[in-house]
Every structure is written in structure tokens, then in C-alpha cells.
Design a protein. Structure first.
Ligand code: MIG
Length: 690
């Protein structure tokens, strides 16, 4: 059951698609205090667990920190930060009470979850104009499902986007990209996409291609696609100020850009130099910007990533002018030097600048500050809405850096500029189920880490987790050590891991699609499945992946294994590759499990099945009819395999669902869907192969 409570005059965010009536009674669970804004407080029991907040720092259990919804270009994903690129204002309280709370508010908001007082949860919006939804249900998962139902179906990525993807900021030209493709293909490392970062553009201008470095772009896109490699260009939020540049001219002529205090087009500095920001909150501007992607679609592009859409600003001229003016009139002493240094450090992404930017929302002038967290969402929505018109029958890959609830209908996200740090593998693990709660299912982190220099063992361990993550993209920053896997010594080990990913795709894709279609979570904390086990809420470094598997990634350097908690008897699959693995039955409880650097630890649940395919060099070449099915069967196990063509939108077609049943003797049958050719690999409860 969902109840909505309204305070003041909320700005419509379009987060919710199934509208609810506003209740008249008082808000349950919370005490509400009217201050200059409004404050919602809830007293937690020491054992209560608080889930949620999607993309943010720290744990699956969010207790013990102050979080802020303030979308920020934050390249330091350290635990002392309060926000990253997104605002996902949903919490699920699990303890003496069980409920979800969604705060639909586009401005700045804090969640003090036991920071000021250990047992107090306090939610404070900047202003008292918001909708609060209280969601009650039978279980944690049921609460999440109701929330998801209310905010609408999650975006569906094309199937090729489940392949391995290679990216790096600094691929400069055709030649370099051709070589990246060749290095993978020569070594038989499967690959489905190569990313184009800002350097493909002509001086960082959206919807342009540099003619010197990519002289025959459409032909080049085709050349790559003939090898089943998709090129995925980046689109930045800011439009370069340059007379004669089409996107700029159109935006100016139609008043599609955000305004400054004087009503002129707002200017900030980002990669192209001075830019204007499209007013994505204005439906006309949104439509215009979305349709601009056509320039790239026309050249054969089928996927994009939207960047810098918090929006990130490097500077505004006013701020620099003020600072320089002040500096030239001052005596330089230590105090002034320190003052100056502080001023320089807040030139970028300064909240004061956002106050001077304005939107046109249905004719009303709204300060950006009030709707800050909606910007990236609406940039991606612009594209998503346009794709519906431009290519209604085809899925386009789309994911964004910044987001707010609602954006999950138009694209996924990547989790931004992490670092090649071991602790960021752990952060990646913890963030995934929190994002899934928000309906963000097509997601992943920069594998191997974006900033800082990676090492071979870090990239390998990271890949061992990433190989169950929908968005499996190796991405790194300019001037860091190169981390494409072919550059390392143990290329064979990497190849076998990527092949394992491709073998897992039938299962992973099936689980992803069912999660989308049933408002389910693809990644779950263990506590969402083993609801009666008192220990599982403590487990934050193991995840359920779909209905059959649990993964326990190794995320510490020089570790020869790790402690794993088994919430029930399970079949351990210690895998080096598709044809190189060991199965062993393990009892419920705590174990230390060894895992060599190139070994992944997966665990199969009893009476569940894992469908494994053969590897191929790309998703398009996967065999979708012949599988090996690994089962750990006490009596009978059933698995519904979802599959479709991976491009179109015929999701509800019943031929997409094939039910596979296997009994303990290994007898199998399929129902519905399509004819499959299965090879059954069964283990009995003693762990012996049948
Ligand atoms: O200021 O386009 O998060 O993935 O490689 C940095 C260059 C801008 C930030 C993105 C990152 C991308 C980079 N961008």
C-alpha cells in the first residue's frame, strides 16, 4: 500500500507515473516538525537496517552517516563525501517497522541517518514543498516492487550491451580505435563496444565529428559494426558558444538555453570553453535536444553516454573576474594566499552559480537551485523521448552520469569517476543492489577504475565481479596507466574470464529482463532473499545475482581467498572459465574459500539452475539454443529462461519465456518458448556429479 502526503507546493518532477491521491491524515512513522522548512524524524532501534539512496557512498545499510541529495561532479568517491552524481530519495526501513519512504523533491535534501544521533533518522529538505510517499508491504522486496511499479518500468538496454565493452578517455582517432578492436579480436578476447570519449568531437561540440581524425565517420561505424563492435559516443550537457555552430544557433534562436539573472543565456565553462546549458526542463527544448542525436543515429550509431549533466561547471566568468579583481587590489600575505587558494578550489561546480541559472518550466521562471537534481535526468529523458519517435522499434543504448528517480525509465547510469582503488571494487559491489532498488538495472562502474594507475591484479579481481554486472565496461582516464586487458601479462586468464561472461549472458540477460518486467531486483542483498536469517543483514560483500546465484567477489590485494557466508547449503562454482571450474557442495555457515587470482567464486542455490552458453566473440554470435544447465537438485528445479532478439521491443511475447524443468535423475523438459538443446550437468546433495 502506498500513501502520499503533500507539503506546500511541490514542483512536478515526473518521477511518479502511477499518480496517487494526497492523504489528509498525518504522516505515519515520522514526527514532523515545521521549522523554516520541514523536518521528518524517525527513531530507529539499534538493530534496524536502513536500505536505499541508490548511488551514494558507504554501505548497503546506510546507517551512520549524513547523506545529501545534491547531484555533483564528484571524482573523489571517498567515504567522507555526502553525495555523488545522483539523488535517489528512497529509503527502506527494516526492523521494528517495515516501510519504504520516497521523498519526491527536486532540490537539496539531507538524510541524517544516525549521524547527529546514533538512533535518529532525520530528513530535511531545503524548502517545505514536496511529496512524501509511505510504502508498506509484505516484505522488503514487496515494498521495492510497489515503489518500482509507481515510478514505472525500467529502461531496457539492447542485448549487445551485455557484452564486454572497452573505453578510455583519449582514444583519439580511427586508427587508434581500429587498433583497439584488432588487439581484442587477434587475441580472441570477446568485445561488443568501443567508446568514443570527448575527443571524437570537433572541439568538444555536441553532435559534431572531428573531420580530421574521423574523416569517414559513417563508414568507420560500419566497418566496426561489420566486426560486431558498436561505437558509443559521449554527449556532454554543455553546448559550445560559437557563432555558426548549428546546435548553438538553434538553441539561441529558440530560447532553448537556461538563462542568467538578466535573462540572457547563462554561460559557464566546461570542456568546449564557454557553453550554454540546454533547458532540459522545458519540454520544447528537451524535444529539440533529443532530436539532435539523430545526426549520430543517421551515421549508424546505436548507443550513447550522457556526461557532465549535474551539470558540471569548471568556472563562470563572473566568479573568475571577481576573484581576479579582488586579487589585484590586495596585498599578498599568507592569510590572503590561503583565502585565495580556497576561492580557487570552489570555482568549479559552485552552488552559488547554480542560483544564478534559470529554467523555463511551462512559462514559469524557476531558479536552477530548486530543481538542481532534475537536470541530468531530463537530459537523458530528452534522448529517450526522442528515440521513441526516431526509432520506435529499436532499443538504443543510453546511460547517464547524473540522475534522479524517473530517469530509470529512459536509461541506465554508470557510477562515474571512481579510482583504481581496491576499496572501489567494494563500493561497486555495495552500490549495485541500492541502485536496483531505484529501478536502475542497467548499470555498472568503470571496471579497473577510472582515475589513478591500475595494476593487473586489480583489473582481474574487478573483472571477476564485473562479469555479472549488466554494464561491463573497462574505462580509464587520460594520463593514467593503460588498462585494456590485452596490455597485461596474463592475457589468457583475462580471455577466459571474458569468455565466462559471454557464457553467462543467457542467464544474466534472462535475469535482467525478468527484473525489468516484474519490477524485481537483479542484484539483491542476501537479506532480501533469506529473510529469516538473522546474520545476513551483516553481509555487504556478497550479492544475490538473479534467482540462482550468489557471488562472493575477492576485493583485497594479495588475497588467496576470502571468508564467505552461506545462508543455506549451496554448490560452490570456483571458475577460471567456461570449461575450467570446480564444483563443491558446501554447508550453510561461515567458510574460508580459496580463490586464485584468476578464479571467480559463484554459488548455486539448491533446486536452482544455471544456464550456461558457449562463448563467442560478440553477443550477436552467441548460440541461443544450445546450453549446458548446471543444477544442484534435491527433488526438482525449474528455471524460466527469458530470451528475445535483443534489439526489438516485443517483450511480452510468450515465446520469449521457456520453462526448463530438471528432476534429480537428470530428466529434463522444456515448456513454451523455444526448443532448446540442453546438456544437463547435475550434482546431488552430496555434491557428486550424477
Ligand atoms: O571532466 O569526458 O565521468 O567518464 O571519461 C571529465 C571525459 C569529463 C567525466 C566522465 C568520464 C569521462 C570524462 N568526463
Amino acid at each position: 500500500m502506498i500513501r502520499k502526503y503533500t507539503y506546500g507546493n511541490p514542483i512536478e518532477t515526473d518521477a511518479v507515473v502511477e499518480k496517487k491521491e494526497t492523504q489528509t491524515g498525518s504522516l505515519p512513522y515520522f514526527s514532523v516538525e515545521k521549522t523554516e522548512t520541514v523536518k521528518f524524524s524517525y527513531i530507529m532501534d539499534p538493530a534496524d537496517v536502513v536500505y536505499g539512496l541508490g548511488e551514494n557512498v558507504r554501505g548497503i545499510n546506510k546507517r551512520g552517516w549524513l547523506y545529501e541529495s545534491r547531484n555533483a561532479d564528484e571524482p573523489n568517491h571517498r567515504e567522507d563525501r555526502h553525495s555523488l552524481y545522483a539523488s535517489h530519495n528512497f529509503l527502506l526501513i527494516d526492523g521494528k517497522d517495515h516501510f519504504g519512504v520516497f521523498i519526491d523533491y527536486p532540490g537539496i535534501l539531507t538524510f541524517d541517518i544516525g549521524y547527529t544521533k546514533l538512533n535518529e533518522l532525520v530528513i530535511t529538505p531545503r524548502e517545505a514543498d514536496l511529496d512524501v510517499y509511505i510504502i508498506e508491504g509484505e516484505s522488503k522486496l514487496d515494498i521495492v516492487k510497489q515503489f518500482r511499479q509507481m515510478i514505472g518500468r525500467s529502461y531496457i538496454a539492447p542485448k549487445w550491451a551485455f557484452g564486454y565493452q572497452q573505453s578510455r578517455w583519449s582514444y583519439m582517432d580511427e586508427e587508434e580505435i581500429r587498433d583497439i578492436a584488432k588487439q581484442h579480436r587477434d587475441r580472441k578476447i570477446p568485445l561488443d563496444a568501443i567508446y568514443l570519449d570527448i575527443d571524437y568531437m570537433e572541439r568538444y561540440k555536441d553532435f559534431t565529428v572531428n573531420q580530421e581524425t574521423f574523416p569517414n565517420f559513417a563508414e568507420f561505424v560500419k566497418e566496426m559494426k561489420d566486426q560486431n563492435i558498436h561505437l558509443v559516443p559521449i554527449i556532454d550537457a554543455g553546448v559550445k558558444v560559437e557563432a555558426g555552430y548549428q546546435t548553438y544557433e538553434e538553441g539561441v534562436a529558440n530560447n532553448y538555453f537556461c538563462k542568467n539573472v538578466k535573462g540572457e543565456d547563462f554561460v559557464a565553462g566546461v570542456w568546449p570553453g564557454d557553453v550554454h546549458f540546454p533547458d532540459f526542463l522545458n519540454p520544447d527544448a528537451r524535444k529539440w535536444f533529443g532530436h539532435s542525436y539523430q545526426f549520430l543515429l543517421d551515421q549508424g550509431i546505436e548507443g550513447f553516454w550522457n556526461d557532465m549533466n549535474e551539470p558540471a561547471t569548471f568556472y563562470t566568468r563572473e566568479r573568475i573576474d571577481e576573484m581576479m579583481e579582488d586579487a589585484s587590489n590586495r596585498e599578498w600575505d599568507l592569510d590572503y594566499f590561503l583565502d585565495f587558494k580556497d576561492k580557487v578550489s570552489v570555482i568549479a561546480n559552485n552552488p552559488e552559480d547554480y542560483k544564478k541559472m534559470f529554467h523555463n518550466m511551462n512559462g514559469e521562471r524557476i531558479s536552477h537551485e530548486k530543481v538542481h537534481n532534475l537536470f541530468g535526468y531530463n537530459m537523458t529523458r530528452a534522448a529517450g523521448e526522442a528515440f521513441e519517435e526516431l526509432c520506435p522499434d529499436k532499443r538504443i543504448l543510453m546511460f547517464s552520469r547524473s540522475s534522479y528517480t524517473g530517469m530509470h525509465r529512459y536509461g541506465g547510469i554508470w557510477t562515474g569517476d571512481n579510482l583504481s582503488w581496491w576499496q572501489h571494487i567494494l563500493l561497486n559491489i555495495k552500490m549495485m543492489p541500492s541502485l536496483n532498488m531505484m529501478g536502475i538495472l542497467y548499470t555498472g562502474a568503470d571496471m579497473g577504475g577510472f582515475g589513478a594507475d591500475a595494476t593487473e591484479d586489480l583489473v582481474m579481481r574487478w573483472m571477476e565481479f564485473a562479469l555479472v554486472v549488466p554494464l561491463m565496461r573497462n574505462h580509464s582516464a587520460l594520463d593514467t596507466r593503460r588498462q585494456e586487458v590485452f596490455r597485461f601479462e596474463n592475457v589468457d586468464a583475462f580471455r577466459k574470464l571474458v569468455e565466462l561472461r559471454y557464457g553467462l549472458i543467457p542467464y544474466l540477460y534472462s535475469e535482467y529482463m525478468k527484473a525489468v518486467l516484474y519490477n524485481d531486483m537483479y542484484f539483491k542483498p542476501l537479506s532480501f532473499v533469506y529473510t529469516e536469517d538473522p546474520f545476513v543483514s551483516q553481509v555487504e560483500d556478497q550479492l544475490m545475482v538473479g534467482e540462482s546465484l550468489m557471488i562472493a567477489p575477492v576485493y583485497t590485494q594479495n588475497a588467496a581467498g576470502r571468508y564467505v557466508y552461506l545462508p543455506e547449503e549451496m554448490m560452490m562454482l570456483r571458475m577460471r572459465g567456461l570449461h575450467d571450474y570446480e564444483c563443491r557442495k558446501m554447508e550453510k555457515g561461515h567458510h574460508y574459500v580459496e580463490a586464485d587470482l584468476d578464479q571467480v567464486l559463484l554459488f548455486l542455490r539448491p533446486d536452482h539452475l544455471l544456464v550456461l552458453g558457449e562463448a563467442a566473440q560478440s553477443v550477436a554470435q552467441l548460440n541461443t539454443e544450445e546450453f549446458k544447465v548446471i543444477g544442484f537438485v534435491r527433488e526438482k528445479a525449474e528455471y524460466v529462461l527469458y530470451d528475445d532478439d535483443g534489439y526489438g521491443k516485443d517483450y511480452e511475447n510468450c515465446s520469449n519465456y521457456t520453462t526448463i524443468t530438471v528432476d534429480k535423475t537428470g530428466t529434463w523438459k522444456t515448456e513454451g518458448g523455444k526448443e532448446l538443446n540442453l546438456q544437463i550437468e547435475l550434482y546431488d546433495t552430496t555434491g557428486k556429479r550424477i
